[in-house]
Design a binder for this molecule. Sequence first.
Ligand SMILES: Nc1c(C(=O)O)ncn1[C@@H]1O[C@H](COP(=O)(O)O)[C@@H](O)[C@H]1O
Length: 143
Amino acid sequence: MKVLVVMGSKSDSQIAEKVTAVLDEFGVEYDVEVASAHRNPKKVEELAKKDYEVFIAIAGLSAALPGVIAAHTVRPVIGVPVSAKLNGLDALLSIAQMPPGVPVAAVGIDNGKNAALLAIEILAVKNEELREKLEEYREKMRA
Ligand SMILES: Nc1c(C(=O)O)ncn1[C@@H]1O[C@H](COP(=O)(O)O)[C@@H](O)[C@H]1O
C-alpha cells in the first residue's frame, strides 16, 4: 500500500510537506518525487507506470502534471493546485478541467491535507485499520 507524492518543482515542497504530515500521521507508506510533465516528461511517464495505489500530484501555474500522470495510469490521481500565480486559480482550473475519460480529483488550492485524507479514504475502502483511524480522526474533529 503505497502512495506517490509528486511535485512539479522543488518550490512546491511546502505543500508536499502538508501531504506527507498527514500520511505519516496515518502510517501510510509513500515515496516523494520531483518531476515536471513540462520539463521532464519521460520521468513523469516512468513514475506514472509504477505500481502505486494512489498518486498525489502537486503543481502550480499551468498544472499539467496530474493530468499527464492520469494519462499513463488507471490508478486514482489526486491533483493539488498550488498558488504560484493568480492565487492558484490557473492551477485549479488546469487540474479540474480534465477532458472526459481521464479524470483527476482536484482538491482546493494549496490543500495538501485534503489530498492526503482523500488518498487515505481511497486506501481505506479495502483496509479496516485505516477506516477506523479515519473514524477516530473525524471524532476528534467533532470534539
Ligand atoms: N505545473 C508545473 C509542471 C507540470 O505540470 O508539469 N512543472 C512545473 N510546474 C510548476 O511550475 C511552478 C514553478 O516552478 P519553478 O519554481 O521551478 O519555476 C511550480 O509550482 C511547479 O509545480
